[in-house]
Design a protein around this ligand. Structure first.
Ligand code: SF4
Length: 604
């Protein structure tokens, strides 16, 4: 096999065992890698009804045939598990040297199951595996843990770890590497915490088996050079994704005050140009020459790595317009290993609950000191923090009132940084995303606004499905960053060439889309299997705030989504995906994709 190492490493933390397991070429060509591998492993190995925070759940760290090879933006790692936040399939990707080192150690995925008897570090070095005691690191931030572990290993070692939020099983805890790269929004950090796993450290020294290493070297160099020629390259290096703040403000889709408004009166205080004034450097994932992490000095004089999502969710969405303070909250989120998107969303929910008298705590919009206290309380599950640590869906069930209408989530995952009062296509993207309300699979909002934001027609449904297949399936399974293509216009043809030099196989776009369709259908089946009788098409509908409460400010004040028209779009989406009227994949769809056993398990 070329391009893949052909081995998974299975770790049982209960027994402290490590087993290298060969996998078949068929699995590689059917699921490609990354998200594809993770979905297949979890479908096969996690029994329906498993408690996500029990020893029986598994967490998968997966790479793909393009990971770690030294081609543009290939240092990505998928982290996946049954989610404690949503109860469905959960994953996320992060840039980490773990991805590169895992491939060089000879594995395409590490599967962790069981639970260590005491806090532990998993250390993989080529074909050896050790379980280190983590008692001294338990209770430390992810930054402190990584710094300590680096002293013990090498500069090139890959390290991912959790902070106190993961240890305390906060349901939206992530996994962090390199002081600011975080992945696994739906609680992958909590799954690590539940297994007493503080960190995974990987060191690899072997070469990755490639079909044509010389050709790959040449193509990789050419690819990096090509990126430098893209017109937007230099501005991207200046602001990364931060320029989106102004674009959203201009287009009334900047989440503000818990998604009530699409404009923020202090947006200039948190936009890309405000960021440039306090920026000290760029940071990024391994093997990337268009690094998009903007490192700034925060209000406490420490480094914090900013991008659009964390700035908006911890800025306009909670009424905070001073960027150094936003940066402090963001750095705290990374240290504790919170997902910064869910954290900002949850704080916004708490502020609204406070304003409406549903909770007794006083947490005013933009009140920096109160927010810092709240962040600590959530990390350590103190007082109201203990309720909020469950995420907004669960919190709204406890706090009550009408708060389920403005608990801003889909399937339990907090909505990321786009207000959709006036963008039905983007609302559908959130509604049907593979992990709950996340933008990564289908960021169609710029296309939608350019092509008629007010319509609910089929062209949007078709565009959405195309985007989900490409971004959510193809990029996540080849396992490289989507930004060169989606933001700089790096042509898709490059990836066909890279796949050929890596695997020796020609993958047409049609074949890649079919793999992607298989992966996304398997993930859908995972949700349906887990939810059982609770499964309903209502789970694909975003919160009622976007339908029943119009925008309260800005040029589009008074606008809202139309629920009936949204439902018609959803029906069309289901038909085009080959799903029934409840959003369940039909037997013929699963059969066509070679998922006959999946159809059987769902009793279709
Ligand atoms: S563009 Fe940004 S997210 Fe993508 S690989 Fe580079 S640093 Fe990472």
């Amino acid at each position: 096999m070329h391009g893949w190492t052909g081995l998974f490493l299975r770790i049982d933390l209960t027994k402290s065992t490590a087993t290298a397991e060969p996998y078949s070429e068929k699995l590689a060509s059917n699921f490609l890698g990354g998200r594809g591998f993770a979905a297949k492993i979890l479908w096969d190995a996690v029994k329906p009804g498993t408690d996500p925070l029990s020893a029986a759940n598994k967490i998968v760290f997966a790479t793909g045939p393009l990971t770690g090879i030294g081609l543009p933006n290939s240092g990505k790692l998928v982290i996946a598990s049954k989610s404690p936040l949503t109860g469905g399939y959960g994953d996320g990707n992060t840039g980490s040297w773990v991805a590169v080192n895992m491939r060089k150690a000879g594995y395409d995925a590490v599967i962790v199951e069981g639970k260590a008897s005491h806090p532990a570090i998993l250390h993989v070095k080529d074909k050896t595996c050790d379980f280190w005691d983590a008692k001294d690191l338990w209770g430390k931030t992810s930054f402190e843990a990584e710094a300590q572990l680096r002293k013990k290993t090498s500069k090139l070692a890959g390290i991912v770890s959790i902070g106190q939020a993961g240890e305390n099983l906060v349901k939206f805890a992530t996994v962090v590497s390199q002081d600011g790269r975080a992945g696994g929004r739906p609680g992958m950090g909590a799954v690590m915490g539940s297994k007493n796993l503080k960190a995974l450290v990987v060191e690899g020294t072997q070469s990755i088996p490639l079909a044509n290493p010389e050709e790959m070297k040449r193509l990789a160099v050419e690819g990096y050079k090509e990126l430098l020629t893209k017109p937007i390259y230099s501005f991207w290096k200046r602001q990364g994704t931060m320029s989106t703040v102004d674009w959203c403000q201009e287009n009334s889709c900047l989440p503000t005050l818990n998604f009530r408004q699409g404009v923020f009166d202090k947006a200039e205080g948190i936009n890309g140009f405000a960021m440039e004034k306090i920026k000290v450097s760029n940071r990024g994932c391994p093997q990337c020459n268009m690094t998009c992490g903007n490192v700034v000095k925060d209000s406490e004089g420490q480094d914090s790595e900013l991008d659009y999502e964390n700035v908006v969710m911890l800025g306009s969405n909670i009424g905070l317009g001073r960027l150094p303070e936003v940066a402090t909250l963001n750095r705290m989120a990374d240290e504790f290993s919170f997902d910064s998107i869910s954290l900002g969303n949850t704080i916004g929910y708490a502020m609204e609950a406070s304003e409406k008298g549903l909770i007794s705590e006083k947490i005013g919009w933009g009140d920096f000191e109160a927010i810092k206290t709240l962040v600590n309380d959530i990390a350590y599950r103190r007082g109201i923090g203990d309720i909020l640590a469950e995420g907004v869906r669960s919190a709204s069930k406890i706090i009550g009132g009408d708060s389920s209408n403005w608990a801003m989530h889909v399937k339990g995952l907090e909505i990321s940084a786009y207000d959709c009062h006036t963008t039905p296509g983007m609302a559908l993207a959130y509604g049907t995303s593979s992990i709950g309300a996340h933008h990564k699979d289908a960021w169609i909002i710029t296309w939608e606004i350019k092509n008629g934001r007010e319509t609910y027609d089929d062209s949007k449904v078709e565009y959405l499905i195309k985007a989900q297949l490409l971004r959510g399936g193809v990029f996540e399974s080849m396992n490289v960053c989507r930004f060169p293509h989606s933001s700089l216009g790096f042509e898709l043809e490059w990836y066909h060439k890279y796949l050929r030099a890596s695997t020796g196989q020609d993958f047409s776009m049609g074949q890649l889309n079919q793999i992607s369709d298989r992966v996304l259908n398997l993930i859908r089946a995972f949700w349906v299997r887990e939810y059982g009788k609770e499964w309903s098409r209502d789970l694909d509908i975003p919160p009622m705030r976007w339908f029943k409460e119009s925008l309260t400010d800005g040029p589009l004040k008074g606008s809202a989504l139309n629920l009936e028209k949204y439902k018609v779009m959803l029906d069309s989406y289901y038909r085009k995906r080959g799903w029934d009227e409840n959003g369940v994949p039909k037997k013929e769809t699963l059969d066509r994709l070679g998922l006959v056993d999946v159809a059987n398990q769902l009793k279709l």
